[in-house]
Design a protein around this ligand. Structure first.
Ligand code: CTP
Ligand code: MG
Length: 553
C-alpha cells in the first residue's frame, strides 16, 4: 500500500473557520472524559503532550477525504480520532488524526514521502499533505467496529453572531455565561496548539533528546478564546539528573546568561525560519526582558511567542488555572472583563503603556479574593501554599519557589459567596473605579492591598516573583482611563433600560467613553494631519459625529 502522505510545504492561508470531528466509537476523548472531574494542571499538560505525540495534521482536498485518509492511516496504525477543520478565505481543509500509540505516528512518518520539488527543504514533521489518488480506491475498507461520525465542531464565531446571541439572553449573568461558552478555546484549538509545540520539540530532538516545549498563558490556563496567541517555552534539558558515572561532554557557555540566552533564542528562530514548514513571519524580539521569537503558524492560523527561560510562566499558568477551577463564576467573569477591556480600548494587541490581559486577569482574581461587600470567592495564594504537599514542590532553575496546592481534589473549603455573576461584575467595576492606585499595591499572596514599595502608576505584585510588578508598564493616563471606564461600565449596568436592543453587556461593550476617546483622538490626528480620520472608526460601528469639521474630512 502506497502511503500518500507528504511532508508539508508552505501554503498560503488566512483566517480560520469550521471544525468537524470524527471519532472512533467506543474510544473516549481525553476532554470528554475529564470534563466533570478536576485534573491537575501539569497532569493535564502531560496528557495533551502525549496526545500530540500520537497525532498528525494532514492537509486534504475536502472533508470527504477522511474516508481515504482513514483507510491509508489504518494500514499503519490504529486511528482513535479524526477532526476536520478549514481555514482561509478559499477554505483549505485539514484533518487532525489521533492514533492510539506514539509508534503509529513514527511508522506513518517513516513511510511518508517527500515533495518532488527540488527547491523544497526535506524537513520531517507531523504536518503533512494527502496527495489526491489517481486510481479509484474501490470499496472503502472499513472496520465494522469503527464507525466514523462527523459532528459539528466550533469555529471562531463572528462578532455579529456573538452580539445576536447576547441580545437573546434573559439576564446579564446569562450573557456572561453565553459569552464564555461561545468564545472559549475548544478541544481542537487546544490539540493544534500542542502539535505546534511538538513541532519545535522534534526540530531540536537530534541534539537535545530530552527537550520539551510547554505551552503556557491563555492557551492552557482556562482563559483563552478561539484564535488566541500561543505562548511557548523551550527547555533543552527536561529530565532529572541520574548518578551515572558516564557524563556527556558539553560545550562551555560564554558571555552573560542574558546574552547567551539571546543567541540561543536567535538560533532557534533561524531554524524555524529556514526549516519548519508552515511557519512564517519569524521575528526576533531579543531586547525584551524575556527574549522571544514571534512567528505565524500558517497551517493552524496561530500566532506564536517562543521563549527559552525558566518554567515560571508555566507555573503561573497553573496558578491561574487553579483559580479558574475553584469556582464556576471565575472564567465567565474574566472572559467578560477581558472582552470589555478590549472593546473600550484598554487592552491592545501590541505591547505598550496599557494594561495586558494578564494584569487584568490578576485584578479580577484579587477582587474575587476580597470583594468589599461580600464573602471571598477565592482563597489567597498563601492559603494554597500552606496546603502544599511534597508533590507540589516546584522550584525553577533560578530558585523561584512555585510550590502551592495543585490538586483541588484535596481542597475542601467551598466559598460561602452566592452572588450572581451580574452582581460580581458590577461590584468589580465599582471597586476599581474607586481604587487608590496612587498609594496601594495589590497582593494576591495575602489577598490584601499594601503600601506601594515604589512609584509605578499601577502596582500588582507578581505572585510568584514578589520583587516584580506585573503592571510596571502601565502609565498614569491608562490607570485613569481604566478607572473612568470602570465607572462608566458600572453606571451602564445599573441604569440601563432592559428594553433597548443593546442591553446589558452589549451596552457595556459599546461604552460612550470609547467613542469620546476615538473622537478626541480623531480631532488631534486631524490637527496634526497624520492620518485619515475614517480609519479610526470600526466599519460596523455607528458613530455620531459631533464635530462637523471631522465629518466633512
Ligand atoms: N507572565 C508572567 N509574568 C508577566 C507576564 C506574563 O508570569 N509579567 C506569564 C503568565 O503566565 C501569562 C503568560 O506569561 O499568562 C503569557 O502572557 P501573555 O501572553 O501576556 O498573557 P495571556 O494570559 O496569554 O493573555 P493573551 O490572551 O493576551 O495572550
Ligand atoms: Mg498569551
Amino acid at each position: 500500500f502506497h502511503i500518500n502522505l507528504r511532508s508539508h510545504q508552505y501554503r498560503q492561508l488566512n483566517s480560520g473557520s469550521g471544525f468537524q470531528n470524527c471519532t472512533q466509537e467506543g474510544v473516549k476523548d481525553v476532554e470528554t472524559e475529564e470534563s466533570n472531574k478536576f485534573v491537575p494542571f501539569l497532569e493535564r499538560i502531560n496528557l495533551r503532550r502525549s496526545e500530540s505525540k500520537r497525532s498528525i495534521l494532514v492537509q486534504v482536498q475536502s472533508a470527504e477525504s477522511y474516508k481515504e485518509l482513514y483507510t491509508c492511516c489504518s494500514t499503519v496504525g490504529t486511528v482513535k480520532n479524526m477532526f476536520h477543520y478549514t481555514t482561509g478565505v478559499e477554505p483549505m481543509h485539514f484533518i487532525l488524526v489521533e492514533f492510539t500509540k506514539e509508534s503509529d505516528v513514527l511508522n506513518i512518518l517513516s513511510t511518508s514521502s517527500y515533495s518532488d520539488e527540488s527547491q523544497a527543504v526535506p524537513t520531517q514533521s507531523q504536518f503533512l499533505w494527502f496527495k489526491a489518488s489517481n486510481r479509484k480506491l474501490g470499496k472503502l475498507k472499513q472496520n465494522k467496529s469503527f464507525k466514523l461520525s462527523i459532528q459539528n465542531g466550533t469555529e471562531i464565531i463572528a462578532e455579529s453572531e456573538v452580539r445576536d446571541k447576547l441580545r437573546q439572553c434573559r439576564t446579564v449573568s446569562d450573557q456572561m455565561n453565553v459569552l464564555y461558552d461561545i468564545t472559549k478555546l475548544n478541544d481542537v484549538g487546544t490539540r493544534l496548539r500542542y502539535l505546534i509545540a511538538r513541532q519545535i520539540e522534534s526540530m531540536v530532538s537530534g541534539m537535545f533528546p530530552y527537550a520539551s516545549v510547554y505551552p503556557f498563558g491563555s492557551s492552557v490556563n482556562g482563559y483563552g478564546k478561539m484564535g488566541c496567541d500561543l505562548d511557548l517555552v523551550l527547555r533543552l534539558m527536561d529530565k532529572k539528573q541520574n548518578d551515572s558515572r558516564l557524563i556527556f561532554h558539553s560545550k562551555a557557555t560564554s558571555g552573560s546568561d542574558r546574552s547567551i540566552n539571546q543567541r540561543y533564542v536567535e538560533a532557534i528562530g533561524d531554524q524555524i525560519y529556514l526549516f519548519l514548514p508552515g511557519c512564517s513571519q519569524v521575528r526576533r524580539i531579543l531586547q525584551a526582558r524575556i527574549p522571544i521569537i514571534k512567528y505565524h503558524h500558517q497551517l493552524t492560523d496561530v500566532e506564536c511567542d517562543l521563549s527559552m527561560t525558566n518554567m515560571s510562566g508555566v507555573y503561573m499558568s497553573d496558578f491561574l488555572y487553579i483559580m479558574g477551577e475553584l469556582d464556576d463564576r471565575v472564567k465567565p467573569l474574566i472572559f467578560t472583563i477581558r472582552k470589555w477591556a478590549k472593546e473600550v480600548g484598554l487592552t491592545n494587541m501590541s505591547p505598550g503603556r496599557w494594561m495586558t490581559n494578564f494584569s487584568l486577569t490578576l485584578l479580577v482574581l484579587a477582587f474575587l479574593q476580597k470583594p468589599p461587600n461580600s464573602q471571598p470567592v477565592l482563597p489567597s495564594l498563601n492559603a494554597l501554599v500552606k496546603l502544599a504537599g511534597p508533590d507540589d514542590k516546584y522550584v525553577t532553575a533560578d530558585g523561584i519557589d512555585c510550590s502551592f496546592l495543585r490538586n483541588l481534589n484535596k481542597y475542601n473549603t467551598r466559598t460561602k459567596n452566592r452572588e450572581t455573576l451580574e452582581s460580581l461584575l458590577t461590584e468589580f467595576f465599582e471597586y476599581y473605579s474607586q481604587f487608590d492606585f496612587a498609594s496601594k499595591a495589590i497582593s494576591l499572596n495575602e489577598a490584601v492591598t499594601l503600601t506601594k514599595p515604589e512609584f509605578s502608576a499601577m502596582y500588582i505584585i507578581n505572585p510568584l516573583e514578589r520583587g516584580l510588578n506585573v503592571s510596571k508598564n502601565v502609565s498614569l493616563e491608562e490607570v485613569e482611563r481604566f478607572r473612568q471606564e470602570a465607572r462608566n461600565a458600572a453606571w451602564m449596568l445599573q441604569s440601563q433600560e432592559k428594553k433597548i436592543p443593546n442591553w446589558g453587556l452589549l451596552s457595556v461593550f459599546e461604552n460612550r467613553a470609547k467613542m469620546d476617546f476615538k473622537l478626541n483622538f480623531a480631532i488631534n490626528a486631524k490637527h496634526s494631519r497624520l492620518m485619515n480620520v475614517k480609519t479610526l472608526f470600526d466599519k460596523e460601528e455607528e458613530v455620531v459625529f459631533k464635530n462637523e469639521e471631522i465629518k466633512q474630512e
